[in-house]
Ligand binder design. Sequence first.
Ligand code: NAP
Length: 268
Amino acid sequence: MSDRYAVIGNPVAHSKSPWIHAQFARACGHDLEYVRIEPPRDAFGATVEAFCAAGGRGANVTLPFKQEAFRYCASVSARAREAQAVNTLVLDRGPVWGDNTDGVGLVRDLEINLGFAPRGRRVLVMGAGGAAQGVVPSLHAAGPERLVVANRSADRARALAARFEGATGCGYAELADVKFDLVVNATSAGLAGELPPLPPLETLVAPDALVYDMVYGRDTPFLALAREAGLRTSDGAGMLVEQAAESFLVWRGVRPDTQAVLASLRRG
Ligand code: NAP
């Protein structure tokens, strides 16, 4: 029987993870099955237990369960503890262990695929939900000159930033006087065709800035605005593939090559 993995989310029908992990498994010569599981919103724990009992060896966790997964795990990695969110469960090595690969996925996409090192740069993260929680620790560890978290609910941004020395949190209206080199949109606004209430981009970013939206597989008003302003842009497809590769490494002990999978994902 193939080794069994899954992505657990609600909704999850759109998830590209089964396809990505099937490509990794083929390239690495591993025999595994990777399925989507969509539990009711109040049944995360029971779903993990049932999957485990059915032989599940590991799972990815996505919206809206990442924070619940963090609380559910018997123990977690240092990076999951920093994020207070889990996107990777290991089920075949004793009590459930959780990890978070979103942050390393984003930083690998920035540094390796896009040639942008956050070290010494001014970085703005928009959003303070599960995705922002996942990436702020890794961006902070990458050594930016400045790290600001802005969110519609400013208190959430302040609470997230307060966990990282030197980082600051604020509402969008308070963003002023910094020309950011990197802006990461970690909000879900683009999924609804909306734009966070930003000040004008020309007051917010340096002319050679990289503007990144973690949403993938669709254009967002934020990326369209940045393109119109002549800025360099990227969607979150590279992060998606890189965080999946890191999960594969955690489960299978080998890091799959991401370039062919990312190119194929972008071709659609
Ligand atoms: P979440 O926990 O529900 O958080 C949503 C965030 O978006 C909150 O900060 C919320 O602000 C903000 N927001 C929502 N609508 C907004 C609007 N119209 N204007 C301004 N802010 C708005 O969701 P999440 O888990 O963080 O996911 C966020 C996005 O990241 C999703 O689109 C997801 O697909 C993407 N993502 C991508 C990857 C990848 O690998 N590429 C990985 C993880 C997540 P408030 O706090 O004020 O409500």
